[in-house]
Design a protein around this ligand. Structure first.
Ligand code: UTP
Length: 279
């Protein structure tokens, strides 16, 4: 059973400066909720209630968000404003939260390795909260992936098709389709130019990883951009055993970019806020 979900949240968020100068990118609100809260909701819906967050300098607001604010809560007690906090209270009551700091921002692979003391020797999920994934038609993306893990018992990356000219923003996979929505990964390249990309199937910010990934990250040299890339470690895992890529059901918004952030805001306003389902 997977119980733990790791949130690497130590990045600088340079694409969203100046908003992210003194505030974590993961605290950017989509309508009225910060990105990280949507991510934790998705994890809990998938049955993962042990939340592990990799933070960095200037990220204290993340810890404060998943804590009680006595003064504020005293102030609004027995008023109709209490309902605004019902969602976050449910998360605080249902999940445990643990934190570690990534001291140097050496890439996503390194951030995941920094989370090792919080995860231990068990399979776990990874959520990049700036990729907001929503499925209004059924199970969330992590719940879909946990189900697949229970069947296949290996690492799984979530993928989606991207326009060929956008491959240089993502890790791109190649593989053999074993079902119309599942590929067995044979190759993986970090941010290839369109002419070098093995496909247009891009890895997005949802992973299920088996714990042998930690050793593989330790053996991984810095790659593209001088960062320790999770795709390089996953490639080794795919060569030694099996990594699956899953084309999920639902929508993904890249909230690390202005376009994705605005699209997510409009979507959530329509589907949740106006429908009275926003808290
Ligand atoms: P991004 O590639 O989006 O980088 O990281 P970033 O720093 O957050 O944002 P930009 O590109 O500068 O605007 C993907 C995820 O990995 C985490 C980030 O917090 C984000 O959730 N990350 C990245 C770390 O935790 N540590 C790192 O060293 C790098």
């Amino acid at each position: 059973m997977i119980k733990k979900c790791l949130f690497p949240a130590a990045g600088y968020g340079t694409r969203f400066l100046p908003a992210t100068k003194a505030m974590p990118k993961e605290m950017l609100p989509v309508v009225n909720k910060p990105l990280i809260q949507y991510g934790v909701e998705e994890a809990l819906e998938a049955g993962l209630n042990q939340i592990a967050i990799v933070t960095g300098r200037g990220k204290r607001a993340l810890e404060d968000h998943f804590d009680i604010s006595y003064e504020l809560e005293h102030q609004i007690r027995n008023t109709d404003k209490e309902r605004y906090l019902s969602g976050i209270r449910r998360l605080i009551d249902s999940c445990s939260f643990s934190y570690t700091r990534q001291i140097e921002m050496r890439g996503l692979g390194h951030a995941i390795l920094s989370g090792r003391p919080l995860i231990g020797d068990e399979p776990f999920a990874v959520v990049l909260a700036d990729d907001l994934c929503l499925n209004t038609e059924g199970d969330g993306v992590l719940a879909q992936m946990v189900r697949l893990y229970n069947q296949f018992r290996c690492s799984i990356v979530a993928i989606e098709e991207v326009p060929p000219e956008e491959t240089s923003k993502y890790g791109i996979i190649a593989g053999e389709a074993i079902r119309d929505d599942i590929y067995r990964v044979s190759s993986m390249v970090e941010k290839p130019r369109p002419e070098d990309a093995p496909s247009n199937l891009a890895i997005i910010g949802r992973y299920i990883l088996t714990p042998d990934i930690f050793e593989l990250i330790e053996q991984t040299e810095p790659g593209k951009g001088g960062e320790i890339q999770i795709t390089d470690a996953l490639m080794k895992q795919a060569q030694q055993g099996c990594v699956l890529a899953y084309r999920f059901k639902g929508r993904r918004f890249d909230c690390g970019s202005a376009e994705g952030y605005i699209a997510a805001t409009n979507f959530c306003f329509e589907h949740f806020y106006k429908a009275g389902k926003a808290f």
